[in-house]
Design a protein around this ligand. Structure first.
Ligand code: CU
Length: 153
């Protein structure tokens, strides 16, 4: 009877250690944000443009994109496409170990009251603001009006 107690205690300790380890490597690490694939198709309008990019989160905690600012436009808003119409949203989630994707026909950044029309070959600097992470500055290249990120033309 006596010699069985330490064995049981040991098994319990091992189980606790495993649980502790699992939760540390899971949701414990902070969000690690980076941006890829950013572009603005040269707009038709002088005052409005749409922008696209992907926010990548390499960390184990989700975050939220809460606003976008740019010296090039007086207003930058987050838009979601619902069916065939678009809606402004206050924030968008960047999932843990996931991506927040802005793409043609889906989520997009809406630049309004541009100081002047962005022309292909230029870049537009924006700052992405998040609920928890530090702001991320992105230089978004202006591409042709019909640019397709899959073909690069
Ligand atoms: Cu829109």
């Amino acid at each position: 009877m006596r010699h069985r107690l330490p064995a049981a205690a040991l098994a319990m300790t091992a189980a606790l250690l495993l649980t502790g380890c699992g939760s540390d490597s899971g949701s414990g690490s902070a969000a690690e944000l980076s941006v890829k694939g950013a572009y603005i198709p040269q707009p038709v309008s002088d005052t409005m443009a749409a922008g696209f990019l992907t926010v990548v989160n390499g960390g184990g905690t989700k975050d939220r994109l809460t606003s976008v600012t740019s010296a090039a436009a007086r207003s930058v808003t987050l838009h979601e496409t619902v069916g065939s119409s678009m809606e402004e949203v206050a924030s968008l989630t960047v999932p843990a170990h996931g991506q927040l994707v802005f793409k043609s026909g889906g989520n997009h950044l809406m630049f309004e009251m541009l100081k002047r029309k962005p022309v292909q070959g230029e870049t537009v600097t924006v700052e992405l603001h998040f609920a928890a992470s530090d702001p991320v500055e992105v230089e978004i290249p202006v591409e042709s009006a019909t640019y397709n990120p899959k073909t690069g033309h």
